[in-house]
Design a protein around this ligand. Sequence first.
Ligand code: CDP
Ligand code: CDP
Length: 223
Amino acid sequence: GKDKYTIAIDGYSACGKSTLARALARRLGYSYIDTGAMYRAVTLYFQRHGIDPGDDEAIRTAVPHIHIDFRPEDNHVLLNGEDVEHQIRGLAVSQMVSPVATRSEVRRAMVQQQRKMGENGGVILDGRDIGTVVFPDADLKLFVTADQETRTDRRLSELLSAGREVSREEVAENLRERDYIDSHRADSPLRQADDAILLDNTHLGLEELIEHGVELVNRIKKS
Ligand code: CDP
Ligand code: CDP
């Protein structure tokens, strides 16, 4: 069979998607596309330019001026050429990204770029709508979940060890709010694709999660 698969990983916030995607990409020699980082970079652009996520006219004008790339060496996200990897992970962006990601003008532009980035296969994308909208014909679709409490603890310790000042309650509230908005929006809501494999990693460590992912990839390689 072919050897350059397209792998889609979707799920709720802070459930382990990017950790899994990155590890699988490294093992397979695939490229990794962090689509959440793209919506976060758009949000940072809106914040810098004072664009309200409800302002249709401002969004239509802004979107053609937003170019997003990934630096090949380390996968840092580039907003119009500037490395914004650090800025996009803070609470300010996290609190505005889901409203921005409801906007169809924004989604259309991002989905178009994601399809182009992944057009030759050999790629792993993670996000909310990869298996349902971006690559509905992906060779392997995973839908990752973990308990809300577990996800909050994991994201909190990630932020604290990056030196961010944030409380557990702020993180919990942000995850709840984003999960609600992401799964209730009209355009491309977060949902498990019918043919996606559910992967609950509440009780799995990182190594076990990755091993499980590798097994699932090996299964499609044989079929
Ligand atoms: O890392 P975390 O799970 O917290 O979030 P992320 O993957 O960086 O995504 C940030 C936000 O971008 C999500 O909460 C969604 O609002 C939006 N997003 C989206 O709408 N569609 C995608 N394919 C990826 C992210
Ligand atoms: O990409 P997403 O927002 O879904 O999650 P992530 O950034 O991959 O994972 C959030 C945090 O949980 C990271 O610091 C991971 O290292 C950690 N994690 C973990 O400790 N154990 C797991 N089984 C999965 C993730």
